[in-house]
Design a protein around this ligand. Structure first.
Ligand code: MG
Ligand code: ZN
Length: 183
C-alpha cells in the first residue's frame, strides 16, 4: 500500500482567529480562505491539527473548555465536508518541559506511525516560529502564515535562522502553492 501524505495544521492564528487564547465559542472565527483551502488540500492529504494550549496549564480555561471549542471547529468543518483525522494538543506550559509541546516533534512521530505518513512529502502550516521549527525537525515542508501572530514573530524567525519553505498571508493562496509544488 502506498504511503499517505499529511498536512499538519496549527490551529490558533492559522485556521481561526487568535485572540490571545481562543476558547470561547462566541469568539470563534475562521480565517479567510480556510474552508476552500482545506477542501482542496484533503483531495491529496490527510489533515491533522497540532496545537499548543498552554492556557490550560496556566488555568485560563479548562480541558473541557478546550474540547468544547475544538469540537465546535471540527463540527463546522464537517458541515463543509472537511475531515480532520485527529487533533493533538499540548496542555502544558513551556516550563513543564513536556514532550508534546511544539517545537518538540512527538506528535509528528505519532502521525507518521499512526497513519503511515510519508513525512518528506508532507507539510506543516503555522503562524509561529515554533510551528516552523517543529515541521523542519520533523522532516516536512513548512508554510509560515502571516496571519495570527505571524507578523509579530517574523523578525524572530529571521533572527533564529528558521527558513520556511513558503511564506503566505492567505490560507487559500498557500494551499494553491502547496498543490502546485506537489505536481
Ligand atoms: Mg498559532
Ligand atoms: Zn505538552
Amino acid at each position: 500500500m502506498g504511503k499517505n501524505k499529511a498536512v499538519i495544521l496549527d490551529r490558533d492564528g492559522t485556521l481561526i482567529e487568535d485572540k490571545d487564547y481562543a476558547y470561547k465559542i462566541e469568539d470563534f472565527k475562521l480565517l479567510p480562505g480556510v474552508i476552500e483551502g482545506l477542501k482542496l488540500l484533503q483531495q491529496d492529504y490527510l489533515l491533522f491539527i497540532v496545537t499548543n494550549q498552554s492556557g490550560i496549564g496556566r488555568g485560563y480555561y479548562s480541558e473541557s473548555d478546550f474540547f468544547k471549542f475544538n469540537n465546535h471547529l471540527i463540527k463546522v468543518l464537517e458541515e463543509n465536508q472537511i475531515r480532520i483525522e485527529e487533533t493533538f494538543y499540548c496542555p502544558h506550559i513551556k516550563e513543564e518541559n513536556c514532550e508534546c509541546r511544539k517545537p518538540k516533534i512527538k506528535y509528528i512521530k505519532d502521525i507518521v506511525d499512526g497513519w503511515n505518513v510519508e513525512i518528506k512529502k508532507s507539510w506543516m502550516m503555522g503562524d509561529h516560529p515554533s510551528d516552523i521549527s517543529f515541521g523542519i525537525k520533523g522532516g516536512c515542508k513548512t508554510v509560515y502564515m502571516i496571519t495570527g501572530h505571524g507578523e509579530k514573530h517574523l523578525r524572530d524567525l529571521e533572527l533564529e535562522g528558521i527558513i520556511p519553505t513558503l511564506v503566505h498571508t492567505n490560507f487559500l493562496e498557500a494551499v494553491v502553492e502547496i498543490r502546485r509544488l506537489n505536481k
